[in-house]
Design a protein around this ligand. Structure first.
Ligand code: 2AM
Ligand code: CA
Length: 269
């Protein structure tokens, strides 16, 4: 069976823009905020409403497609067989709650495990990063340029401050020297936006210990389309079926960091 990717692309964009409108509208009303695994793991009524919207609309339009999302309204999948939508209704919920900015809707559509369509929508700035495999990556209508070589000493790296302080899960000595080497570090608090910034050359790398499939799915496709590299911290491909470590970057930065700072030095407990 042939799949009409142009049609799916248009449909996905329509859903994402509508979700964005709903989220912007929601700023007028009080949010209902709950916590999940711990007190800082926030979820709001909007995370749930937007994910339900995606699940309902995708299933209505494409009954054979699978969909999984952070809030659990989709399916719990054990493989990426067939056409699979991986959705984070709001990536950066803490920013959404505290700042009303620096969050995004993130969607990746995979076909038998291959990333076909990726979207990251910065709802507040009305900036849609999107890519289709072998058809280029774009920020709204503007095509993103292929990433140019960058040296680690001239790079800006996204890294959470906790990874360079004493920590029970990561030998923080690994990241200390790296943080001193780079031109600067940033932490935006939305994995999807950090990936969008790598694709657009605003950041050169992003490392983190544990992301979920919906944090990664959309951004991976966009970054790869401009020649960036997306792996776990050990330079392996993601399965997109469980929580995994994450390391994305400009190809020269990714290679230099992996070979000089990580390989043989990092053990994540
Ligand atoms: P979220 O806002 O959709 O939960 C914060 O640094 C980034 O990591 C966000 O993209 C956030 O996504 C994600 N994140 C937060 N807690 C996480 C967890 N327990 N597992 C995986 N990803 C998480
Ligand atoms: Ca989320």
């Amino acid at each position: 069976m042939t799949v009409n990717w142009t049609e799916i692309d248009e449909f996905a964009k329509q859903l994402i823009y509508r979700a964005g409108e709903t989220i912007r509208e929601s700023f007028k009303n009080p949010l209902q905020i709950d916590s999940k695994s711990d007190a800082n793991d926030l979820v709001t009524n909007m995370d749930k409403e937007i994910e339900k919207y995606f699940v309902q609309e995708v299933k209505k339009a494409y009954a054979s497609h699978h969909i999984m999302g952070e809030e659990g309204f989709g399916e719990q999948l054990k493989s990426l067989d067939g056409t699979v939508w991986i959705v984070d209704p709001i990536d950066g919920t803490m920013n959404f709650v505290h700042q009303q900015r620096n969050f995004a809707v993130s969607v990746g559509i995979y076909h038998n495990g291959i990333g076909m369509l990726g979207y990251i929508y910065d709802v507040v700035l009305d900036e849609l990063y999107h890519a289709r495999k072998d058809h280029g990556a774009f920020l709204n209508q503007k095509q993103l340029a292929p990433l140019k070589p960058v040296a680690v000493k001239e790079s800006i790296l996204a890294l959470n401050a906790t990874w360079v302080t004493p920590h029970d899960k990561v030998p923080y000595e690994v990241f200390g020297p790296l943080v001193h080497k780079v031109r600067g570090t940033r932490s935006y608090g939305s994995a999807a936006l950090e990936m969008a910034y790598i694709a657009s050359g605003r950041l050169d790398g992003y490392l983190t210990m544990r992301l979920s499939p919906w944090d990664i799915a959309g951004g991976k496709i966009i970054i790869e389309e401009v020649g960036g590299v997306v792996t776990d911290l050990f330079n392996n491909d993601h399965t997109l079926l469980s929580k995994e470590s994450f390391f994305a970057g400009n190809p020269t930065v990714h290679k230099e960091i992996f070979e000089q700072y990580i390989q043989g030095k990092l053990e994540v407990k």
